[in-house]
Every structure is written in structure tokens, then in C-alpha cells.
Design a protein around this ligand. Structure first.
Ligand code: ADP
Ligand code: MG
Length: 344
């Protein structure tokens, strides 16, 4: 199967009737028509086998994740997804793989109303690069995009989560799964199934991002770890923050980490530390961390409810640069969670 047959078979579909896509796959360029009074939000993310995903991942989940991590960036900006391009390098044509990959990809694309409008296909080590295009309104000359630079002293700090039939989803899940796959810890089968899905097929918080427009002062999506990514917001906004840890247990966040067995011997103290590390520095979470003024607490909760998510209030922005951590008793915790390697 040649390059063009492959594109035709697995990636080209009849054009949808989306108002924004004037021309999709098949010409030298796609044509997008931004609506009047909007700005275009654009973001790219690359996934490389071995670095960003395990070779064992099912291709349908990989298709989902490749788009999900990009949609997560749009969510963090409060942008509505419109379209995306797909650049794909693979070592050989594997039709079963391509079929499953495109199925997972298009299922999420359709759920989010985001159309594949072009890309590139080449031979090489398995690498997936997606660029997404979204739109944000401009109101009275002001962009409604949520930026990292907008946090203000006194703002509340939040992180998203979700209450699902499988359990509470939140920061820490994906890292728990990764460490189980690395053989560093073992989890009960049911827990493993749940967190594995979080690692392999995260849900981008697009609806929450949209609902937070005009409410949140800043936002970032959590891909490298909650505290690390929050650090970008603090830096861009020129502020600091105090983050509590009492919300983990209260909301059952990473409660499943308590059931982990590490190297046979596993003390309670270690279990507590494990939860802290997973939640604060786990990475690959694709939750939104954001700030909003205390006067808008009800509006934040309404936005979360409307988008089927939870907005957990985890701390406060203050003037002191840097990030301070408080434990459940309000005592200061050393913040060495920037980079996670306690399993190294
Ligand atoms: P060019 O050589 O002019 O860049 P290509 O021959 O690479 O164009 O691609 C032909 C058409 O197929 C273009 O419209 C391109 O955007 C699209 N395309 C190529 N690879 C993919 C892919 N993996 N997914 C979606 N569209 C693709
Ligand atoms: Mg090309």
C-alpha cells in the first residue's frame, strides 16, 4: 500500500458541514475560515514511541491520546476545537494498526467536533505529531483566551478532576499506571484497569476550559506534573502560591495509590509519600490547573458542574514568589516534588 492509498483509506473522510473548514485533505493546503470576532488558538504536540508512550499501548488508545493531549492545550486556553493536522512517521505500513489508530483518533475528533484537515505521512520511527486549531472570541477588543500570565494575588488556585462511574479521576492516576507498568509497584486488577485508561486515553477537559472563559484569570493543562506546571503560571504571572494537600484525601484523589504494593515491604509512611508524589508531580494528567478570584467561587463550581467535572480548590495566589506547600495539619512541607524520581 502506497502513501496516497494509505491517506485515502485511513485518514480522508467525506467533508463535514463545519462552517470553518473550507477545504480539507487533498490539496497542498487546507483552508480554514475563522469566524468574525474570533482569534485562532494553535498548538502542536508530538508523541514518540518509547518516550511518550509504551510500545504495548493499543493503537486505538494511542489515536485517542495523540489528539487528546493537543485538545488539552486548547482546553487550557479556553479555545473551541475546530480542526487538526496529523504528521505521522511509521516504520512500515501495518493496516491493522492504522485501522485501530484512526478509529480511536476519529472517535475523539467526532466527539469534540474537530476535523482532520491535512498532514504528512512518511517512513521512520513511530512518531505522531498533531497540530490543533481552535477559536476564542474577542469581546470588546479583549481576547477571551485563558493565559498563564493572568493569575492575581488573592486568587484561588484550582485543579480539575471528575467523578465517574469507575471512580474519582484526578491528578496522579496516570503516573500510578506508569509505575505499575514499569514494575515499580503493583496494583489490584480493578485499580490498574482504571488508571491504565487514564494513562492511555485521558479525557481532555475541553468543556471546562470553555466554561471558564470570563471566570478564570489563568489556566494551564497539567502534562508535566501539577506543581511543575503551576510553576509556569506563577512565573508568567509574577506571583507565588501556597498549595495545601488536605484536598487529596477529602476528594479521594489518588486514593488508589494506597492500595499499591512497592517492592513487597510497604509502610504507611511510604504510602502517604507515594500519594503526594503521584498527585503533585506525576505528570501526564491532562487536568486543568487554573486561578479565579474568590468572589467567583460559585461561578467556578457552576462551570465545573456544567462541564461534568470537579473544580478542587487547592490553594491561593500570594505575592511571595515561589510555591509553598502545607500538609493536612497546615504545617509546611518541603517542596521537592518538582521532579519525580523517588523510584529511580
Ligand atoms: P504535499 O507533498 O503537497 O505536502 P502530500 O502528498 O504529503 O502533500 O499529502 C497529500 C494530501 O494528504 C495533503 O492534503 C495532506 O495534507 C494530506 N495528508 C498527508 N498525510 C496525511 C495524514 N497522515 N493525515 C491526514 N492528511 C494527510
Ligand atoms: Mg507532504
Amino acid at each position: 500500500m502506497g502513501e496516497f492509498d494509505l491517506i485515502e483509506r485511513y485518514f480522508k473522510r467525506p467533508a463535514r458541514s463545519g462552517a470553518h473548514v473550507v477545504l480539507g485533505i487533498g490539496d497542498d493546503c487546507a483552508l480554514l475560515a475563522p469566524a468574525l470576532g474570533t482569534q485562532m488558538a494553535i498548538s502542536s504536540d508530538m508523541l514518540v514511541e518509547g518516550r511518550h508512550f509504551l510500545p504495548t499501548v493499543h493503537p486505538a488508545r494511542l489515536g485517542h491520546k495523540a489528539l487528546a493531549v493537543n485538545l488539552s492545550d486548547l482546553a487550557a486556553c479556553g479555545a473551541r476545537p475546530l480542526a487538526f493536522t496529523l504528521a505521522l512517521a511509521m516504520p512500515a505500513v501495518d493496516q491493522a494498526w492504522l485501522g485501530a489508530f484512526s478509529r480511536g483518533l476519529f472517535a475523539l475528533a467526532d466527539a469534540q467536533g474537530c476535523e482532520l484537515i491535512g498532514g504528512d505521512t512518511t517512513r521512520g520511527p513511530l512518531t505522531i505529531c498533531i497540530t490543533v486549531f481552535g477559536e476564542v472570541p474577542v469581546v470588546d477588543g479583549h481576547s477571551q483566551a485563558l493565559l498563564r500570565s493572568g493569575a492575581r494575588i488573592g486568587d484561588d488556585v484550582y485543579v480539575s478532576a471528575a467523578d465517574t462511574p469507575l471512580g474519582i479521576e484526578g491528578p496522579g492516576d496516570a503516573r500510578l499506571a506508569l509505575e505499575a507498568f514499569r514494575g515499580h509497584l503493583s496494583l489490584p486488577q480493578q485499580v490498574l484497569e482504571r488508571v491504565r485508561l487514564r494513562m492511555e486515553a485521558p479525557t481532555p477537559r475541553v468543556a471546562l476550559g470553555l466554561a471558564l472563559r470570563g471566570i478564570a484569570t489563568s489556566a494551564v493543562d497539567v502534562s508535566d506534573g501539577l506543581l511543575g506546571d503551576l510553576g509556569h503560571v506563577l512565573q508568567s504571572s509574577g506571583v507565588g502560591a501556597t498549595i495545601r494537600t488536605d484536598w487529596f484525601a477529602a476528594n479521594l484523589i489518588a486514593g488508589d495509590a494506597q492500595s499499591a504494593q512497592v517492592n513487597g515491604a510497604f509502610s504507611f509512611e511510604k504510602a502517604e509519600k507515594l500519594v503526594l508524589q503521584m498527585v503533585l508531580a506525576g505528570g501526564d494528567d491532562y487536568e486543568l490547573a487554573f486561578t479565579a478570584p474568590p468572589a467567583l467561587r460559585d461561578e467556578v463550581q457552576a462551570a465545573a458542574a456544567q462541564s461534568g467535572t470537579l473544580a478542587l480548590r487547592i490553594g491561593q495566589i500570594d505575592a511571595d514568589p515561589g510555591l509553598r506547600l502545607l500538609d493536612a495539619a497546615g504545617l509546611s512541607l518541603p517542596n521537592h516534588f518538582g521532579s519525580f524520581d523517588h523510584f529511580a
